[in-house]
Design a protein around this ligand. Structure first.
Ligand code: DGY
Length: 431
């Protein structure tokens, strides 16, 4: 269809403008470096345009993996003073500067998608072989350092790790994060995007306090978990890790790496069983658990719908689909990042209400896998509607479709290509 071809052509332009050769930036200005899950999810869209370039995106990210296995959330390839906090604030001492925290581990899922769909089998086999031990080491790192008591689920130690920076999920735990001693700073994000769409200053103070605390501990991951006043088990984050473990196992099988396959399958099975402890019958979804207090967090966010992306029991996926239907009665566009009937819902403020297309993609993929085809199709239609109305925004107001945050966003453009390909059911976008 002409409209779809035009959308793909525009998506290509956005990706091209944000391409720095061996990696992409999420968008010029607001985010001028390589971000972890942005890059991996962008590779899905890139693969439809240029398979080799898609693999390179992931390979570049993993070239900056730490010796302990962590894959950092930002790689500061080139200097740029447009972003705060920059490398000098993180002070991680890496040869190419990186941040010192991580991000949702979508790499295992992405490697499987690239591998299974690849036309260039030789290239795919070579790249998957190269990435397999690295992704496996990252998964190992999570269960070693972020699940210190062996519960089967990992904690995030900083809201930036969750990817859902200012979600209502973190409000209570954030009360315990002090702000005294935070060095004076100037935010740069609010110079690029509407401050009403961004986290508050009070939240930024706490983001910075945690960063300083971890820096003071020398970014020693053996110490950070127990020393952090912020330790939250996010069902969405864990679901992504579970799915990546399962998908990495599948790639490992295909490559004859049976030890990697067995390890990752065992991780996924153990974590899936533990995830059931986060289910809330009252909310019809999963909830976060605050690891400091041990209590479930009474906050119905999209993080609790994302487990549909992992192989949760079918009845759970069906119930999540019904919850999304309920939310849809209060929001014109799916999927809001927070329950639109909750008084804490804010339709334009980052992760407190807006729709994010990458999250839509992950939920729709999971629901489809669980046989919830109608719910998945509705999410995909809503996503394409938002793209057609408001372009490649960072995120969208679920009540009005208004574009929010940054513009010309790489992963949003990648999702446009990927979603159109999936909808055509032929694995190919209308190029
Ligand atoms: C930001 O700066 O807003 C990022 O989400 C942190 O990675």
């Amino acid at each position: 269809m002409a409209g779809e071809e035009a959308l793909v052509a525009r998506a290509r332009e956005v990706i091209r403008a944000n391409d720095r050769g061996a990696y992409t930036v999420p968008t010029g200005g607001l985010y001028p470096f390589q971000w972890n899950w942005d890059s991996c999810l962008t590779a899905l869209g890139l693969a439809h345009l240029d398979e080799e370039r898609a693999w390179t995106e992931v390979v570049t990210l993993f070239a900056h993996q730490w010796e302990d296995g962590m894959v950092p959330h930002i790689v500061f390839h080139e200097p740029s003073d447009g972003y705060f906090p920059g490398p000098e604030v993180w002070g991680t001492g890496r040869p190419t500067p990186t941040s010192g925290i991580t991000q949702p581990p979508v790499a295992g899922f992405v490697v499987r998608k690239l591998f299974d769909r690849a036309e260039d089998r030789e290239l795919a086999t070579a790249r998957a072989r190269e990435l397999l031990p690295k992704v496996d080491a990252w998964h190992e790192w999570f269960y070693r350092h972020r699940d210190r008591a062996g519960e089967g689920l990992v904690a995030v130690l900083h809201p930036w790790e969750s990817g859902r920076d200012n979600s209502v999920d973190w409000d209570e735990a954030f009360e315990r994060v002090p702000t005294a001693g935070v060095a004076p700073y100037t935010r740069r994000d609010t110079q690029h995007a509407d401050p009403a769409h961004r986290p508050t200053h009070a939240q930024y103070d706490r983001y910075l306090w945690l960063l300083q605390r971890f820096r003071d501990l020398g970014w020693d991951n053996a110490r950070l978990h127990d020393a952090s006043p912020f330790r939250v088990v996010d069902p969405g984050f864990n679901a992504i890790l579970i799915r990546s473990c399962a998908d990495l196992a599948s790639v490992a099988d295909a490559l004859g790496a049976s030890d990697v396959a067995a390890r990752n399958r065992a991780r996924a099975a153990r974590a899936l069983a533990a995830l059931e402890g986060l289910w809330s019958e009252a909310h019809g979804q999963y909830l976060c658990r605050d690891r400091t207090t041990g209590a479930l967090v009474d906050s119905a966010s999209v993080g609790g719908l994302l487990p549909a992306f992992a192989a949760v029991p079918r009845e759970r996926a069906a119930r999540i689909a019904r919850t999304i239907e309920r939310w849809a009665r209060h929001a014109a566009y799916l999927v809001p990042s927070h329950d639109p009937t909750d008084p804490r819902f804010e339709p334009q403020r980052y992760w407190r209400g807006p729709v994010w297309l990458v999250v839509n993609y992950l939920i729709a993929d999971g629901l489809r896998g669980a046989g919830e085809e109608d719910a998945a199709a509705r999410i995909v239609d809503s996503s394409l509607d938002l793209l057609a109305r408001s372009g490649f925004a960072e995120y969208y107001d679920p009540l009005t479709a208004e574009a929010c945050g940054g513009r010309s966003f790489t992963w949003t453009a990648a999702m446009a290509i990927e979603l159109l390909a999936a909808r055509r059911g032929v694995g190919r976008p209308p190029l």
